[in-house]
Ligand binder design. Structure first.
Ligand SMILES: Nc1nc2c(ncn2[C@@H]2O[C@H](COP(=O)(O)OP(=O)(O)OP(=O)(O)O)[C@@H](O)[C@H]2O)c(=O)[nH]1
Length: 341
């Protein structure tokens, strides 16, 4: 840890910061409906002006506050681009296309703050996820930039969600700790004639984070519903994860792909390809099997979803143009009869 990225080292924290309780939501605790946050400025001797942020995920203010996260103010020497930019940050610097940003939200829970995905020492970009913490606002693209879509990964713990993201974003596979809250990445998908910027939200699958995960589903344009082909329980739970997701999406909106991961462990397979396919078909989902370990079908998953997003958008704008043409060609509406003199 070097005090940059999401390390939140003591060196980067403001003087006078009060230690806050760490922890997850208690069993049976009311699931939070929205995150609260507080932020302030401070001056760090080594890193200059900092913005500091803390989250509380309980609507009545009863839950624990997350760790304090401090991040350098963007500007010269701090090329941080906030995709979901907090209102108090006035400036942003651009990353070049295809360059990934990454970050991690602690969701009010205790645990590692980012180095398990190799965030330690990356640079200031490692704090992107913290910059906007509600995860609810649909992404917007800047003029001249590729379209931005929010994609969430969901599914039971240890099915390989983080490994799929790591493979896709960094072409790497290594042992990663369980996700705490949510980790955030971006990557521009090049689809030849067009490109799409995916904001990838990798949510925690462990049971203890279940009550907060749905917060991150809100506003998603696409989702990867992941299970482990060697674990039937993770496949059965996919139904529940899908129900949770659908509560947060508008009916018929969003591209959802069912992903059966760990195909390299074929001899331990508990869920057949056919079972996955049938579940996907009956729920109108896309379907693929992958191995994050052997890098099988991983980039295809993301590019297929991106392609589908662009096609849907094209169809929608086409039909919207059609509707407009119908309206223009329609005979003039009859004048409303007025009864007033
Ligand atoms: N053999 C094999 N192991 C994998 C594969 N993908 C992930 N793993 C392993 O499965 C374990 C869990 O992977 P993660 O990526 O942390 O799973 P996750 O779904 O993100 O877990 P949570 O963060 O708890 O939700 C790790 O030990 C990975 O190395 C794969 O394709 N093949």
């Amino acid at each position: 840890m070097d005090g940059r990225g999401f390390s939140m080292s003591k060196a980067a924290r403001p003087a006078g910061e009060v230690a806050t309780p760490q922890g997850t939501l208690c069993p049976g605790e009311e699931p939070p409906r929205r995150a609260q946050k507080r932020n302030w400025s401070c001056q760090d001797a080594a890193e200059g002006p900092q913005r500091c942020l803390q989250l509380q995920l309980h609507p009545q203010g009863l839950g624990p506050w997350s760790r304090c996260a401090c991040f350098p103010v963007p500007g010269v020497g701090n090329p941080v681009r906030f995709s979901h930019r907090p209102a108090h940050l006035e400036r942003e610097a651009e990353l070049s296309p295809g360059q990934e940003e990454e970050g991690r939200e602690t969701g009010g829970a205790s645990g590692p703050a980012g180095d398990d995905l190799g965030l330690s020492g990356v640079n200031n970009r490692g704090k992107q996820g913290m910059a906007q913490t509600d995860g609810l606002t649909p992404p917007r693209e800047a003029p001249g930039q590729p379209r931005v879509s929010k994609l969430v990964l969901l599914g039971s713990g240890s099915v390989g969600k983080s490994s799929l993201v790591l493979r896709y974003v960094k072409d790497d596979f290594k042992s990663v700790l369980p996700t705490v809250g949510c980790a955030f990445f971006t990557k521009v998908v090049d689809l030849g004639a067009s490109s799409l910027k995916l904001e990838i939200w990798d949510t925690a699958g462990q049971e203890k984070y279940h009550s907060v995960c749905h917060l991150y589903f809100r506003g998603a344009n696409a989702a990867l519903l992941v299970y482990d082909i060697t674990r039937k329980d993770s496949f059965h739970k996919a139904r529940q994860w899908l129900a949770d997701l659908e509560k947060e999406l508008h009916p018929g909106e969003g591209v959802v792909m069912l992903v059966g991961n760990k195909t390299d462990l074929g001899e331990q397979r508990e869920v057949t390809f056919q079972e996955g396919k049938e579940f996907a078909e009956s729920n109108k989902l896309l379907f693929m099997e992958t191995s994050a370990k052997l890098n099988l079908q991983v980039s295809e998953v993301f590019s297929t979803v991106a392609q589908e997003l662009l096609q849907r958008e094209a169809r929608q704008s086409h039909s919207a143009q059609g509707d407009a043409a119908v309206v223009l060609n329609a005979s003039p509406a009859p004048q409303a009869k007025c009864c007033a003199r």
